[in-house]
Design a protein around this ligand. Structure first.
Ligand code: NAD
Length: 250
């Protein structure tokens, strides 16, 4: 019960990785505020399963006003918030052969959900934390953040790289005020996102280049988030934690 009496706002909570994080943190005693986009019944059922005062709040993070409204709603409902986890994310394929209009639509969409929503929530979180002796931020980035990414998913890679840099800036800038920030950078995780790639390109293509021979599970990511949030883990601030089966090393 390392996270007893801690309140965590978790975005993308009904996704594969989000659900695993929510379960892991609740098993450590945290009260988890679950953000969902449209699946109210799934989010409500998850909140009920988690206990510890878990609750579900709706937000469509593609709307630029919604991240700040989400934070406010979470604060109104929960009072103090100790931790923000930016986990919601999208990968929208694009092509240099698309019209400029379509290309811009994809880029703006990925930028809004993967970066701007996270940045707005980080802004709100830091402002909240500063008056309360500090707080914690975990941003779920990706292996795609480092070393470039697939030609049809360049916007995804670029937004995740920016998310890593944002995390490090927060760690650097607000560490003296008790705010810690860590980025987690998974390679392939066995979820709907990776299943879609496997359906299109085959399992061999997905697994080639992963020396451990398998994708990470959502539970592995969740365990790491719980470790990062242990009260003892302060010096991890600013870290980018790779979880990619040795497929990419710095
Ligand atoms: P997922 O598609 O199962 O979950 C994504 C979550 O984001 C969902 O809960 C979805 O509702 C939410 N979301 C998407 N668009 C939203 C919007 N407009 N407003 C509000 N919420 C929105 O994917 P996942 O695999 O669980 O991914 C979780 C995180 O992990 C993402 O940030 C993703 O980029 C990252 N990641 C995933 C993998 C992988 O292989 N699955 C690898 C590296 C990083």
């Amino acid at each position: 019960m390392r996270l007893k009496r801690q309140t965590v706002l978790l975005t993308g909570a009904t996704g594969a990785i989000g659900q695993a994080i929510a379960r892991e943190l609740a098993s450590d005693g945290a009260r988890v505020v679950l953000q969902f986009r449209s699946d109210a019944s799934k989010a409500g059922a998850l909140a009920k399963e988690l206990g510890h005062g878990a609750m579900a709040l709706p937000a469509d993070l593609s709307d630029p006003a919604s991240p700040t409204a989400l934070w406010q709603a979470a604060e109104d409902a929960a009072g103090r918030i100790d931790t923000l986890i930016n986990n919601a994310g999208i990968l929208t394929p694009s092509s240099v052969d698309q019209s400029l209009e379509d290309w811009h639509r994809v880029w703006h969409g990925d930028l809004q959900v993967n970066l701007m929503a996270a940045a707005d929530l980080c802004r709100a979180a830091v402002r909240h934390f500063l008056g309360r002796g500090g707080g914690r931020i975990v941003n779920i980035a990706s292996r795609a953040a480092q070393g470039g990414y697939r030609a049809e998913a360049m916007s995804y890679g670029a937004t995740k790289a920016a998310l890593v840099n944002l995390t490090q800036s927060i760690a650097r800038g607000f560490g003296p005020s008790g705010v810690t920030a860590v980025a987690i950078a998974p390679g392939w995780v066995k979820t709907e996102m990776s299943d879609a790639y496997v359906r299109e390109h085959g399992a061999a293509a997905a697994l080639s280049g992963i020396p451990v021979g398998r994708m990470a599970t959502p539970e592995e990511i969740a365990e790491l988030v719980a470790f990062v949030l242990r009260p003892s883990q302060t010096s991890l601030s600013g870290a980018v934690l790779d979880v990619n089966g040795a497929s990419q090393m710095r």
